[in-house]
Ligand binder design. Structure first.
Ligand code: BGC
Length: 382
């Protein structure tokens, strides 16, 4: 026979366990708050993701933008390693694409024009003669809808945007999701993209975070040591459109196959560096045999000891050394962002692919799903 005291004990135990479990799952919920309203009156949410290893990521629904990313240095001191603004107004005015999700087509399309199955599509020319980062009002200037899809092992934020047929000149109504995943036990931030369309279109999504691993954007990024797993890059013309050539990095300042300070060769007398005003090029990533996720880039910052690894399923990566930052943009904490105080590593298909049949295709057909994954992995060393 079961004694009443045993039943009572079992009841008390289950109560304690369920309270602990609820407290734990409550801890794992993404913290949501308001980030204000856009000029048109749309409400913008702020999402705080955090894990047990000291990583904190803030994402806003405006542009599905990564606003801040705090990671530990070699002494376990957390520092914010991305550039951005304190308020929504900053992001609405922004022309640098700090932390934003870029779409429908990252980087440039020559003459703002491409042909798909014999139809010519004209896009806005918002960068000299070319279309840059999806046009005058790309995905970075749209309000996305966020949903907390956290699991016991990770905080997961899914953001969705419906891009209408003809928006910024692109064909097809496109439903696009960006999912940020912060595992509780691992220091990495996953960024996964997926999209479907009702008409043939082109797509190339990326995240445009500017990193400064020192944790202070008052310092230039020229001492960061960069490794790129790439043997070739796509040289550009003076308007930064790829010529179509895949050029070896051997014997020129584009060789980052061994860790090299970003600043070591940036001012060399080189036509490509002149066109970019520094590095602003796409590297053709080496394939390791599988088509899965692989390490594309590794960056080490000597003063903090922070290490960033970028993994991707994409064939290319745009390394941009913050050449257009000029000390006129006021960012977080009132900081003026000077020349080369942040760098971007934009995982992507190659710029202007719709006009280069030999580049990996960026066409998305109805009935197919576009998928792309990037993982930012953080660690530190002496
Ligand atoms: C481009 C740069 C551009 C920058 C905008 C980068 O992805 O490659 O040329 O100036 O975005 O901030």
């Amino acid at each position: 026979m079961i004694r009443p005291s045993t039943i009572l004990l079992a009841f008390v135990m289950s109560l304690i366990l369920s309270t602990c479990f609820n407290a734990k799952s409550a801890e794992r919920k993404i913290e949501v708050s308001s980030f204000g309203k856009t000029k048109e009156g749309e409400a913008v949410s702020r999402y705080l993701l955090s894990n047990e290893k000291g990583v904190e990521a803030v994402v806003i629904s405006y542009g599905a933008t990564l606003v801040s990313l705090k990671v530990p240095d070699r002494n376990d001191k957390a520092g914010d390693i991305v550039l951005g603004y304190d308020s929504l107004d900053g992001y609405e005015q922004d022309k640098s694409y700090f932390g934003a999700t870029i779409g429908r087509y990252s980087n440039r399309i020559a003459g703002g024009q491409f042909t798909l199955h014999e139809t010519v599509f004209q896009l806005p020319k918002n960068d000299g003669p070319n279309c840059l980062h999806g046009g005058s009002r790309g995905f970075n200037k749209r309000v996305w809808v966020g949903v907390d899809r956290s699991r016991p092992d990770a905080q997961v934020l899914e953001l969705t945007y419906l891009s209408q047929n003809g928006e910024e000149g692109f064909p097809g109504t496109l439903k696009v999701h960006v999912t940020y995943t912060l595992p509780l036990e691992t220091n990495e931030l996953g960024i996964e993209y997926s999209a479907t369309t009702n008409k043939g279109t082109v797509i190339n999504l990326t995240n445009h975070s500017y990193f400064n691993l020192s944790g202070t954007a008052s310092q230039e990024i020229l001492d960061h040591e960069l490794l790129l797993h790439a043997l070739k890059f796509t040289p550009v013309d003076s308007t930064l459109i790829p010529t179509g050539e895949l050029r070896t990095v051997r014997g020129n300042p584009f060789d980052f196959r061994k860790p090299t300070a970003i600043g070591a060769r940036i001012n060399q007398n080189n036509e490509q560096l002149k066109f970019g005003r520094g590095y602003d090029h796409n590297w053709d990533l080496e394939k390791t045999g599988t088509n899965g996720l692989q390490v594309a880039a590794e960056v080490f910052e000597p003063t903090s000891g922070r290490v960033l690894e970028v993994l991707t399923t994409e064939p290319g990566i745009q390394f941009y050394s913050g050449n257009f930052l000029d000390g006129t943009v006021r960012g977080k904490g009132g900081q003026l962002y000077d020349h080369r105080t942040g760098f971007c590593l934009e995982t992507q298909h190659y710029p202007d692919s719709p006009n280069h049949p030999k580049f990996p295709s960026t066409e998305l057909k109805p009935g197919r799903t576009y998928r792309s994954t990037t993982v930012l992995r953080f660690s530190s060393r002496k």
